[in-house]
Design a protein around this ligand. Structure first.
Ligand code: IVH
Length: 665
């Protein structure tokens, strides 16, 4: 086959596998096989620039080119929905519709209200031509380049699609991506996203589509528009769109009366916690398009649809104090201390106030009754003050501190950043201790016999000042004068000793360079192979690494231009810490050849992606759905009840994280 024909064949295959993986959840090939096909396609495309196709699967990786968004007018304005919060309003909507239709029978299509950001896609002749955000409803931003990186959005349609149409849906960041993104940001002491919606929105507005590609967004579709649609039923039209390749939720039901409608609402109010993405309510739509047309629109919203919003979990409690925590990079976070209150099943007594701007907007006073919410968010948030309950004897207005609470140094704010920093990284104790704690953490040097308390103690007693001092510790030092039991002392020294062998990506991450989280450390380690090469790299070379932009490159350069950091690195090297890729960094075997493995739940020792990688390194195949062909399920905590039941009914073995790692050791 000639290369051009092979390009076309690879594009077809990759489009199909993309759909199987991201829309159907039924992959047929392993991630590695997919990557191999993609690599082949990209190599061939590079050799044949005349074969460029803006919708080739290779375009999904995004690019580092800075794209400013062009404003585009919507062909059909993007309206919003009227919100209701109680059953009486739902009942009233039902009656309004019935009256509006002169008492004729009608069906309602019930569906989930996805909590992300809306997007409108235009397709011509089966090809995605444009993706535009809602904007002000009349005009939005053209975010086509970014949207193309979302794997569940078809770039090319299949089946009997309409020649020209628009489809609207919601772009979402799944909980799993949101959690790992925030965990990564926490490690780099970057401000956290409050919820998946903000994270998705921040991501979609990114000027660098390669960043969007890494963030693993998803999209569900719920509204088809065009001059001529397949049929007169909204639900049937959406099922058609599913056949063309769109991700349309199965959680849609056509109901014939109010009772069935409330059944749907009650069911999903309970079950939505099991969904992979955030939802904040139910949308009710008159199913017949001709009836929709007769009901028409008010100025802002359709009369044929309404949103019923789930109750956010909210509580009201007293604000007792605001404290300030100083992290390893000197970032200062305000934290509210409150009278303990029950919220979404847990007692809450602290809430992050994120940063100076967010905190000051709330106009908090000590003693205020504050509203705390936990809706989609993981971290409880103070959303406002109950002014009706403001006490007569009000405490002081809370204003952000000007000096570091730990060392008294005046705080600084860098341009464009929301966080405030203590710039005294030389002797501000929490920064020094924080750096050692980061160094020993599991994803870094994995010195698991030492915890933050022990580090704190050794630091306070002057036994260690920085990470390199750890390698000078001897059993006698710890067990003698310092009172650690001999057995523990031995364990500590042993695990420090073992840490000399951790892979380069971990020792690099352990240095705690600002913005160099786990993912970036891995990319850098693979690209440069040795610390020396990384230290010598100029900004341009650093930025040639996928995922490294100007800010990260600048931070790396700054780190290695500081003589104190060079001294630390030199002492770590002297102590035998490994700062280069070794062949053992990539263990491979055929222990899992022929095995099809499903990963489910939350893990402690490695991330899901790392487990996928480990499975492939040992010759196994990752699969996302359980079937009789599944060899076993690698299960972390919180495995969904539906999956558990399915595994039981098929007699598929469930293997814990520890058992799995033992299998490979
Ligand atoms: S239909 C004319 N269906 O909610 C009505 N919207 O407040 C078009 N949304 O902007 C929207 N899930 O971003 C519809 N199943 C769903 C939805 C949904 C989420 C969002 C959408 C819209 C907002 C309306």
């Amino acid at each position: 086959m000639d290369e051009k024909a092979r390009i076309l064949q690879l594009r077809d295959e990759l489009h199909r596998h993309n759909h199987l993986y991201y829309v159907e959840n039924q992959p047929e090939i392993s991630d590695k096989e997919f990557d191999d096909l993609m690599r082949e396609l990209m190599e061939l495309e590079a050799r044949h620039p005349e074969m460029f196709d803006a919708n080739s699967p290779s375009q999904r990786v995004g690019s580092d080119l800075n794209n400013d968004f062009e404003q585009v007018e919507h062909r059909y304005p993007m309206l919003s929905l009227a919100n209701t919060y109680n059953r009486a309003d739902v009942q009233a909507f039902y009656e309004r519709v019935s009256n509006g239709l002169g008492g004729e029978p009608f069906d309602i299509c019930c569906e989930l209200k996805y909590d992300g950001l809306s997007i409108s896609l235009t397709y011509e002749e089966g090809q995605l031509v444009r993706a535009v955000t809602r904007g002000d409803g009349v005009k939005g931003d053209d975010v086509t380049a970014n949207v193309k990186t979302i794997r569940s959005i078809p770039l090319r349609l299949t089946g009997h699609y309409l020649p020209s149409f628009e489809i609207r849906g919601e772009i979402l960041m799944p909980w799993s991506s949101f959690e790992s993104l925030n965990a990564e940001r926490a490690r780099c002491e970057q401000p956290l996203f409050a919820n998946p919606r903000n994270a998705a929105s921040g991501t979609l507005k990114s000027k660098n589509s390669a960043v969007v590609a890494q963030r693993r967004l998803d999209a569900y579709f719920y509204y088809l528009l065009g001059d001529k649609l397949p049929g007169n039923s909204h639900l049937d039209n959406m099922s058609e769109a599913r056949n063309w390749g769109f991700k349309v939720s199965d959680a849609m039901r056509r109901v014939h009366n109010v009772d069935e409608l409330f059944e749907f609402i009650d069911y999903w109010d309970r079950e939505r916690s099991q969904l992979p993405v955030a939802t904040d309510g139910i949308v009710l739509k008159v199913d017949s398009l001709s009836q929709q047309q007769r009901l028409g629109y008010t100025a802002k919203t359709p009369r044929w649809a309404i949103a019923y919003k789930f109750q956010a979990e909210r509580a009201c409690t007293r604000l007792n104090n605001v404290i300030y925590q100083v992290g390893r990079t000197g970032a200062v976070t305000p934290v509210a201390e409150m009278e303990p209150v029950l919220l979404a099943g847990t007692m809450v007594k602290r809430a992050s106030l994120h940063n100076q701007d967010i905190m000051e907007q709330l106009d908090l006073h000590i003693g205020d009754q504050v509203y705390v919410e936990k809706a989609g968010e993981i971290i409880p948030q103070i959303v406002g003050v109950n002014l009706d309950e403001r006490p007569m004897l009000l405490g002081d207005r809370v204003s952000f501190i000007k000096r570091c609470p730990e060392c008294g140094t005046p705080l600084v704010r860098y341009p464009g950043e929301a966080a405030s920093y203590c710039p005294n990284d030389v002797d501000c104790p929490p920064q020094l201790k924080g750096r050692i704690e980061h160094f020993i953490s599991r994803d870094a040097m994995n010195i698991d016999s030492l915890g933050p308390e022990t580090v704190d103690e050794y630091f306070e007693k002057g036994l260690i000042h920085d990470a390199a001092d750890l390698y000078r510790l001897r059993v006698e030092d710890l067990s003698g004068a310092w009172g650690t039991k001999i057995k523990s002392a031995r364990k500590i020294v042993e695990s420090i000793d073992r840490s000399r062998q951790v892979p380069f990506e971990c020792s690099l991450y352990a240095l705690g360079i600002r913005f160099v989280g786990k993912v970036v450390a891995k990319l850098l380690a693979r690209h440069f192979s040795t610390l020396d090469a990384l230290m010598q790299a100029g900004t341009e070379e650093l930025m040639s690494v996928d995922g490294v932009g100007e800010i990260i490159a600048g931070s790396i350069r700054t780190y290695f231009s500081d003589p104190r950091n060079l001294d630390l690195v030199a002492r770590l090297r002297e102590a035998g810490v490994c700062f280069e890729m070794t062949s053992s960094s990539e263990p491979t075997s055929d222990l899992l050849v022929g095995q099809s493995i499903v990963i489910s739940g939350v893990f402690e020792k490695h991330s899901r992606d790392e487990y996928k990688h480990i499975i492939e390194q040992h010759g196994g195949k990752n699969s996302s759905s359980i079937s009789s062909k599944t060899s076993f399920i690698l299960a972390g905590s919180n495995m969904g009840p539906a999956k558990l039941e399915k595994a039981r009914s098929l007699g598929v073995r469930i293997v814990s994280e520890d058992e799995f790692l033992a299998m490979l050791s």
